[in-house]
Design a protein around this ligand. Structure first.
Ligand code: 13P
Ligand code: SF4
Length: 332
């Protein structure tokens, strides 16, 4: 365990500069818990020519403190193309690390915890996709990036929550199979004339939000602006004021500067966005993603100290999965 409550004076000095980055989100009294690991990570990044990609759901000491590139799944996939560093650490979940590896096959991609999965990715296998293709011959398969490389390899094109409608419509066909998130598929179906055949996967975090929750938020804080992720049910999305990817929700707050907001998504989003938007009051209902929360500062330090866990993908799978991801990047 590398967390130290009494970091050395030299590490504390190095960490003081890092504190400036997180001070909007972490009170000074809490910073010593993170200071030693954060300073060590900066040294290890230089030593190994490494960078850290941090998803919007990472806790503030990771997101604001040690990440070099932050964003939603689409931004992380885009930024991963041709990254200069030799080592890339994914502060996010396994499918995100796989996407980075697909786009950087010659680089070492590390994930601090191999068990950082995703209920959507676990809801479908490559064999399931092959059966769907047999059932609906000739219908293209649009696959959410929240899937394994094996599933991507069976797909025509990938999408994220930030570009799903654009990707679906880019195919110029009357009907697509959209996997694995049933709610994302139904939310996109409501916005397009393309007929969508969905799978039954759900995000275990977003499926917990209900219409009753949204009504309670509005009752508790009149005038609150409700932002929902499209992995929420269509009923929740219909109750919200705005629906978009994690990046779109963050941009909404920075650009429109609402007085009060609630983000109907994973807890750490509000902590990270609030730190950049002191003008806005945040309601903070908390649904944690247990997979995202497997990534810790101590875990990132350990990953860089030991160069584990390296993400590898079978070449024949990677070659086909890469095509689906690259087609998506060409569209968006
Ligand atoms: P974004 O692509 O919006 O960042 O979402 C990823 C995710 O896992 C949401 O649960
Ligand atoms: Fe997967 Fe949901 Fe966690 Fe996102 S929040 S990684 S979709 S389980």
């Amino acid at each position: 365990m590398s967390v130290s409550l009494s970091p050395s004076p030299s590490r504390m000095a190095a960490a003081a500069a890092l504190y400036a980055k997180v001070k909007g989100a972490i009170p000074p009294i809490e910073w010593p818990i993170y200071a030693d690991d954060a300073a060590a990570i900066e040294v290890l990044k230089k030593k190994h020519d490494a960078i850290i990609l941090g998803h919007n759901y990472q806790t503030p000491e990771i997101f604001h403190g040690v990440s070099d590139i932050v964003g939603d799944s689409l931004a992380l996939a885009r930024e991963a193309v041709g990254v200069k560093a030799s080592v890339i650490v994914m502060a996010g979940v396994h499918f995100m690390a796989e996407t980075v590896k697909l786009l950087n096959p010659d680089k070492k991609v590390l994930i601090p915890d191999l068990k950082a999965g995703c209920s959507l990715a676990e809801s479908i296998t490559g064999a399931d996709v092959r059966l769907l293709k047999q059932k609906y011959p000739g219908v293209p398969v649009v696959t959410y990036v929240n899937t394994s490389a094996e599933v991507k390899a069976e797909s025509d094109i990938c999408c994220t929550s930030g570009n799903a409608k654009k990707v679906v419509e880019s195919l110029g066909v009357p009907e697509v199979i959209m996997i694995p998130d049933e709610y994302l598929a139904r939310n996109i179906a409501a916005e397009t004339n393309v007929k969508i055949i969905a799978w039954h996967g759900k995000c275990e975090v977003h499926e917990r939000f209900t219409v009753a929750n949204i009504r309670e938020y509005r009752k508790d804080r009149p005038g609150v602006i409700v932002l929902a992720h499209p992995e929420c049910s269509p009923e929740v999305v219909a109750e919200a004021d705005f629906t978009g990817s994690t990046a779109a929700m963050s941009d909404y707050v920075s650009q429109r500067r609402p007085a009060r907001v609630v983000m109907v998504t994973e807890c750490s989003m509000a902590d990270n966005v609030a730190a950049m938007n002191p003008q806005t009051e945040f309601m903070r209902p908390c649904n944690l993603c247990p997979h995202m929360k497997r990534i810790t500062l101590a875990g990132i330090r350990h990953a860089l100290e030991t160069m584990t866990h390296e993400v590898t993908i079978d070449t024949s799978v990677a070659t086909r999965a890469r095509v689906a991801v690259e087609r998506m990047l060409a569209v968006s």
